[in-house]
Design a protein around this ligand. Structure first.
Ligand SMILES: [Zn+2]
Length: 342
């Protein structure tokens, strides 16, 4: 699975600006799960958290001031005499869109959602041993409602279809989701000969697929596949078995299972490797939409540190280690079944 999270974290400097109105929970019963766009005091704390993890916070896209942007734009045309008229016209159009987008970022801020009651993600989904029979529906419903409210707010009310979706935990392990509208001029995902997630004949598909954690029950595994990253980066990937492209297309079971399986995966790696740290930790989960993603099939990327991956790998069996080596050797790029066709 491809990753564009660094590329798309473009307007993270905007978090100190006033944040738009909260999503109201209309049902008292589920108040606990209602989404809230957090006030700027939280944004300050978030900013501090991000600085601790500079790799994810560097804003490569918006360096420099407006003048520099316009100069770059003019210089590009001047120094590219080879551009023909049509290309110049496209370039003008693209840049107009891009500049409008950048200007809009001056007023707009990224959107932050968190449950009304702070939760770490693993508790929010009821723990790795979650069973429906032990839940009177409260846990299941709060998870589904949180993500449904979020997607309804973003896609239907704000009409944003292209966005980066980051789920992270703060210092106190309280999770929140950041939505960042993406640059409208960014290219949509390239089509490939076969969908990596759906094409079980692809060697990359076979080699990167992982067995489910022992804590994963059938009602969860029936909805999703679990993978190690096909490019051998430190992340696990979860994809719905159905070829769908948006979280809003998921049914309730698929929404709940996706985040429960994510936590079961990290928890099992942590437990089986006798890790010294007790918490189930990850750097970030990414679930990009529209042109913010590079692969069409909806995929949740669970990013962990290189250090944690190295630790987990020490406890992997030979088959898992060998498969990872094959992926490190660049199988993904060599796989002809995944050739880009547009
Ligand atoms: Zn697919």
């Amino acid at each position: 699975m491809e990753d564009n999270e660094d590329k798309d974290n473009r307007n993270s400097n905007n978090i100190n600006q006033p944040i738009q109105s909260p999503i109201e929970s209309t049902n008292k019963q589920y108040q606990i799960a209602s989404s809230t766009i957090v006030a700027s005091t939280f944004a300050h704390r978030l900013h501090e958290d991000r600085n601790k993890n500079k790799k994810y916070t560097d804003n490569k896209y918006r360096k420099g001031n407006n003048n520099n942007r316009y100069n770059h734009y003019n210089n590009h045309l001047q120094h590219n005499p080879s551009l023909n008229c049509l290309q110049k016209q496209h370039y003008h159009q693209d840049n107009k869109k891009r500049l409008l987008y950048q200007d809009s970022l001056q007023q707009k801020t990224e959107l932050i959602f968190r449950p009304d009651t702070p939760f770490n993600l693993i508790d929010f989904v009821g723990g790795v041993d979650y069973t429906p029979t032990n839940d009177d529906g409260v846990i299941f419903n709060r998870v589904v409602k949180f993500f449904r409210d979020l997607t309804t707010n973003i896609e239907q009310e704000k009409k944003i279809l292209d966005f980066s979706f980051y789920l992270q935990e703060d210092q106190d392990q309280r999770f929140y989701v950041i939505i960042i509208p993406s640059d409208p001029t960014r290219h949509s995902p390239y089509k490939t000969l076969n969908c990596l997630s759906c094409d079980s004949n692809s060697e990359t598909n076979r080699i990167s697929r992982l067995p489910y954690p022992t804590t994963t029950r059938e009602e969860v595994s029936v909805h999703h596949n679990l993978w190690i990253d096909a490019k051998a980066r430190p992340m696990f990937i979860i994809t719905p078995k159905r070829h769908i492209e948006r979280l809003s297309e998921c049914n309730d079971q698929e929404i709940f299972s996706m985040f429960l399986l994510a936590m079961q995966t990290i928890e099992q790696e942590t437990r089986l490797s006798n890790a010294k740290w007790k918490n189930v930790r990850f750097l970030r989960m990414t679930l990009n939409h529209g042109n913010a993603r590079n692969i069409e099939h909806l995929h949740l990327k669970i990013r962990i540190s290189h250090k944690d991956l190295k630790h987990f790998k020490n406890y992997w069996d030979e088959e898992k280690k060998n498969n990872f080596k094959i992926l490190e050797s660049g199988l993904y790029k060599r796989d002809e079944r995944l050739t880009k066709i547009s």
